[in-house]
Design a protein around this ligand. Sequence first.
Ligand SMILES: Cc1cc2nc3c(=O)[nH]c(=O)nc-3n(C[C@H](O)[C@H](O)[C@H](O)COP(=O)(O)OP(=O)(O)OC[C@H]3O[C@@H](n4cnc5c(N)ncnc54)[C@H](O)[C@@H]3O)c2cc1C
Length: 397
Amino acid sequence: MSERRTIAIAGGGIGGLMAAIALARAGLRVSVYERMTRFAPFGAGIQLSPNASRVLLAFGLGQALATASSEPEALVIRRGQDGRELARAPLKDHMKERYGAPYLILHRADLHTILRVAAEKEVDIDVSMGTAVADFARHNNGVTVLTEHDHQLEEHQATALIGADGIRSTVRARMFGSPQPIPADRCAWRALVPADQLPEGFSANVVGLWLGPDAHLVHYPLRGGSVINVVAIVADAWQASLVGEGWNAPGDKDELAGRLSAWSGEIRELIEAIPSVSRWALADRRPMRRWGEGSVTLLGDAAHPMLPFLAQGGGMAIEDAMTLGRCLVRGDHVTASLRKYERLRRPRTARVQREARRLNRIYHFGTTLAVARDAVLGMKTDNKLTDHYRWIYEHES
Ligand SMILES: Cc1cc2nc3c(=O)[nH]c(=O)nc-3n(C[C@H](O)[C@H](O)[C@H](O)COP(=O)(O)OP(=O)(O)OC[C@H]3O[C@@H](n4cnc5c(N)ncnc54)[C@H](O)[C@@H]3O)c2cc1C
């Protein structure tokens, strides 16, 4: 593969692979460098709202997605302490009718596989595993990318470099320095539980959201309902060592049970049935004024890491990729195209980052404020709850 008109991408996560597909379809050659030697089967689910699923459908991934995902009937919000239903919002039919694309839930590993298989079908995409982007140098003709594979350093010439290398992005650090991510003082506890070991209520085809003081818990069925994805986000002292180390830092389920000991019996039963749990310390960054310089830019969590309260981090990376592909069509001036991409993406992703932080406070209200929150939720009947985020879901990348 000639490297002259090649776009280099650091990172083969959801954002990096999606960007590779978008750029290849725009007529460019793409080299993806992924530091892991193999893609790990991340043990967790992911929700994709219409703004993200619309992009995946546009790239012809609808068939693969239909096999791997399901469309939840509704979002059901309950009070953690006693399971009382606070609000219910329709998802399946409503989302498709109103926003023209489905709301999907699927295993993260299955989404990654769909993207990987789609990337492998593109002759203009080359993926190098076990290869970390260590540094780069910008020059008039593009960028020289320095990679490290098996302790060997190698230089590659590229027209542009896209840093899709996650919250602890090396590309970002080389451009703008490397301050630590901002700790949220919350940990996400993530588990997959066999559905047959749980009370029937957890198998319902809904996204369940339970709210309690200083914690919330989300569950939904995956893989034809055989397993239930569980994410509990709990106030927790900062554990810097966990951030960015991977999705699978092991957790102690008894510790989680202790944190939620005042919650309803169903939730305690759910935690009891968890075979193993992983733990992830949450962090984000403030929206940045600049994402790039010259022929280098950022994408996904590298550009706009956000707290997972809106379940939009992956969706925003997918949207970024679509916009990048549109901006960086072959023949256009690369630097100007990258700046255009950043101008189009920065305001929207900053708004989502800020809204995720706001929800962080609201979801975890203490008892007094929670009473008011729950009363407001009770008034948001039918579509009002989801249509509050119309600005997210109706977006066309
Ligand atoms: C608890 C939790 C729940 C979430 N739920 C949802 C959800 O329901 N819906 C949703 O849309 N989003 C969700 N998210 C957010 C979503 O997971 C992320 O936003 C998304 O994975 C970001 O993708 P990315 O490709 O930008 O980064 P990453 O997934 O972090 O991928 C970065 C890749 O770059 C590689 N890499 C790193 N450094 C280098 C280097 N120097 N050279 C080469 N490769 C490198 C890494 O190995 C990795 O493969 C959730 C997040 C959390 C924490």
